[in-house]
Design a protein around this ligand. Structure first.
Ligand SMILES: C[S@@+](CC[C@H](N)C(=O)[O-])C[C@H]1O[C@@H](n2cnc3c(N)ncnc32)[C@H](O)[C@@H]1O
Length: 432
């Protein structure tokens, strides 16, 4: 019986550790690991898969804290897998609220049964038993996990240390689930039905989401999952029935759905066919339509210019670390210069497709000024005839506006409500 209790949940824990080994050792993004049928979660049933994923995410959000507790007790650093087992046990106890004996027994069983780690089972047992007896404050007093240097430095330079500490504090927490409703008139009723908060910008927010496809309104396509910050670019564009709108870099389609739901005549272009398949599935679940085109936005030619273009350019995605805590362990910042250059070329091609007097909404889910504020400044320098329109939408806080007229959103904004993804967005108008 005791043996059974000790091994309950072992499959999910073993898989979580294997995911951590791949993220931290092979520098593979979690999304790629999850999509791999031969990956560590491939053989698990839905419940164990969800648990393994939740545990791996929790460790990635608290890895530095776990190491701070572990290191003084480890004379020699153990192999990566054993360290990940130890980290997982501490995160289970101090973050997930798992009973210490269950977490420790499972960790020791994993080390004992691991390839070439059996001899370390006694060490794992001794270290963990000592650490899990510590009062909860030993853990909560530890500072939140810091962003990697390549990212922290430019952010401290841009907004100062207190703002960056605020971002790091929000990134420790699992993010809420935000929904965009198809018919804004139903938002209050849906909020009640879902037990959600109706945010000032119109998104619905669930603190503890559960299984998305089981939530009321999912099957009928009454809403789709979209962070409250990600919902703002389409709101700034203010789509209207019959307006011809081009959504460039559109997949998986959160913004396409918003534009189509407002009655705009939408053309959605993206280079990735698999991501466009998700966009088409999202459109059909929500009973919405758009022209969907697989093409490279740098070369695709339109028949006629558009009233408005929305460009959600590929970027470092550093604004989404609270949803993707694997990113700081996989990326090293070496892609940024190439992305900044690609964004500038995409902005210029997007502007070619805007009719005289029409607008371009440019956005990136990045925290880096290079991909936001500086990208806007460089665009205005290349195109001195452009005007920046005020970034107006219901619920937008004046604190989010920058001096050039764009909106800067950071995870520490709305911290008391659970934060918001990092984004930059601006509305550019062509001369008439
Ligand atoms: C930030 S994501 C877009 C998210 C999407 N707008 C939404 O709201 O769901 C960036 C997208 O740019 C696409 N992309 C990257 N380079 C591209 C290019 N040269 N032409 C068209 N799409 C591109 C990627 O496939 C990816 O889907």
């Amino acid at each position: 019986m005791a043996r059974e209790a000790a091994t309950t949940g072992l499959a999910a824990r073993r898989a979580a550790v294997a995911v951590l080994d791949e993220v931290l050792g092979a520098h593979r993004m979690l999304a790629d690991i999850l999509a791999d049928p031969a990956g560590p979660l491939g053989d698990l049933g839905p419940a164990d898969r969800a648990r393994a994923q939740r545990l791996a995410l929790a460790v990635l959000r608290h890895l530095e804290r776990a190491d701070k507790l572990l290191d003084p007790h480890l004379r020699k650093s153990p192999p990566r897998t054993v360290r990940n087992v130890l980290r997982l046990a501490l995160v289970e106890v101090f973050v997930e609220g798992t009973a210490p004996h269950g977490a420790v027994n499972a960790a020791v069983a994993l080390v004992r049964r691991g390839k070439r780690s059996g001899h370390l089972a006694g060490l794992a047992n001794a270290v963990l038993r000592k650490l899990v007896e510590q009062p909860a404050e030993t853990w909560t007093k530890l500072p939140p996990q810091r962003l990697p240097k390549w990212l922290r430095k430019p952010l401290v330079d841009a907004w100062g240390r207190p703002a960056v500490s605020g971002i790091e504090a929000v990134q420790m927490l699992p993010p809420p689930l935000d929904l965009t409703v198809k018919e804004p008139a139903r938002a209050e009723d849906l909020a009640q039905e879902l037990g959600a908060e109706l945010l000032p910008t119109g998104s619905l927010r669930l603190a503890t989401p559960g299984q998305v496809s089981a939530l009321p309104g999912y099957a009928e396509g009454a809403w789709w999952v979209q962070d409250a910050a990600a919902a703002l670019p389409a709101r700034l564009l203010a789509p209207a029935p019959g307006m011809r709108v081009l959504d460039l870099c559109a997949a998986p389609g959160g913004k396409t759905l918003q534009l189509a739901a407002a009655g705009a005549d939408v053309t959605a272009v993206d280079i990735s066919r698999p991501r466009l398949a998700r966009l088409s599935a999202n459109l059909s679940r929500c009973g919405l339509g758009a022209e969907v085109i697989a093409a490279d936005a740098l070369h695709w030619q339109a028949d006629a210019p558009f009233d408005a273009v929305l460009l959600d350019a590929p970027c470092s995605a550093t604004g989404t670390i609270r949803r993707h805590p694997d990113l700081p362990f996989v990326k090293d910042g070496s892609e940024i210069a190439g992305l900044v250059e690609l964004q500038a070329r995409l902005i210029d091609r997007a502007l070619d497709r805007v009719k005289p007097g029409g607008r371009l909404v440019f956005c990136t889910c990045s925290l880096l000024p290079e991909e936001g504020e500086a990208q806007l400044a460089a665009t205005l320098a290349r195109h001195p005839d452009l005007r920046v329109d005020p970034a107006e939408a219901p619920g937008v806080s004046p604190d989010w506006r920058d001096t050039r007229g764009g909106l800067r959103l950071r995870p520490d904004h709305w911290a008391e409500r659970g934060g918001i993804d990092g984004f930059y967005m601006a509305v550019l108008r062509k001369p008439g």
